[in-house]
Design a protein around this ligand. Sequence first.
Ligand code: DX5
Ligand code: ZN
Length: 211
Amino acid sequence: MKIAPSILDADFNNLAQELDSIKNADLIHLDIMDGQYVPNLSFGKAVLKNINFPIPTEAHLMVLNPENFVDDFVELGVKTLIFHIEATGVPRALKLLQLIKSRGISAGISVDGYSDPDWLTDEILDLADQILVMSVKSGFGGQQFMPVSILKIQDLRDRGFKGIIEVDGGVNDENIQDLAEAGADIAVVGSFLLKKSREKRAEIIEKLRNS
Ligand code: DX5
Ligand code: ZN
């Protein structure tokens, strides 16, 4: 399992040390919120462009109009750009997946914690490089894991999805093995990791990775 720490709950007063403490992870997960798709705000290009990330990044757009942010995140150099099917619906999602891929980065689509994975049609599964299965209602870190997400991951594999499956929300050392067995490739880890002291994080990442 690859490990992608979310820096949503990082200590931004000491960001360089925070990033240093998680640099043995596989990638950094950037949670982008617009206060419309979710009732919360986070950060965007103006903040992120001044940060030196020690490992590759991906952006999880929890925004109503993800089309508006493609250029920003391509310029920032993210490896993967993920948006929500609930924000776009199917026809817009198909166009946006194509647009993201045409910019030379991986295209990801997310299904929210309370959403039916059938939102993701076979056409979407054919086009998406990555599917992000939320295991909480998007918007805030530190929520409780929804076990139904394990079934959603299995269902996507049963439907023949061969791309990358990522899981996000409430992931910890108790549920990560079930998620890996269900077919997840990447686990986003926020509060479980960031609540621990910096000295302990590298070892926790290693343990989670080998679960
Ligand atoms: C929620 C975000 C998640 C979250 C992860 O909207 O997409 O990335 O902050 O944090 P934990 O692991 O605390 O749920
Ligand atoms: Zn996220």
